[in-house]
Write a protein that binds this ligand. Sequence first.
Ligand code: IYR
Length: 246
Amino acid sequence: MPDTEQSKPETGHTEHPDTPWTPIHGQPYRSVPYRPARMPTSESLAQAAELKERMRERRTVRQFSTDPVPPQVVRDAIACAATAPSGAHQQPWTFVLVRDPEVRRRIREAAEHEEQISYDGRLGEEWLAALRPLGTDEVKPHLTDAPALIVVFQQRYWLGEDGTKHKHYYVDESVGIAVGMLLSALHLSGLAALVHTPSPMRFLSEVLGRPENEKAFAVIPVGYPAPDCQVPDLVRKSLDQVLVEV
Ligand code: IYR
């Protein structure tokens, strides 16, 4: 008689998925079995090909509809992002989901103030030339039109209970990977997004009241494209321009 418990794939989690995380720094190595069901090659090929097509359809959007998005879809996408691998599994990220129109208005005002200075010369001629094909400027209506902003913070270090600072490792890489996963999850869930990086970004910590160990990484407006949305006419590199096989 088949033992159904035995044949269930083990996905490396012995604990309840909602068990709260606590720091593991300095603890000894412990392991759990990881035996996911192996996907047949034919299904792998079909999944990969379909995913490639779906990801090709993703575009960075700067003109958003003001229609609301289902908040749970955004929360689930953030949950996907938070499964990202990270240096020493320190998960050095905080995602602030901003839906409050007044807070979005304050973020837009402060971002446009910085962008005005940037586009008026702080970026320099070479950078402005690189941006020209994208059609960007200092006016950022997406920050108030998009019904949700995800402000991503990097935790540069963590604070022990006695207030001592502890190093986080590979923070840029970890948060970059998590944001990539976030963009994929949002797109595959039917939502459009933009990675906006106003510079400098310190105002985001002030507006959102974030602690001193957190540094803003990006503002990601999320929503549906406006009915008259336009995107720049861009060409992606072909696979043979980006892939080297040895
Ligand atoms: N942060 C500015 C400028 C900008 C910079 C890069 I690099 C881009 O790819 C796009 C824009 C802005 O958001 O307009």
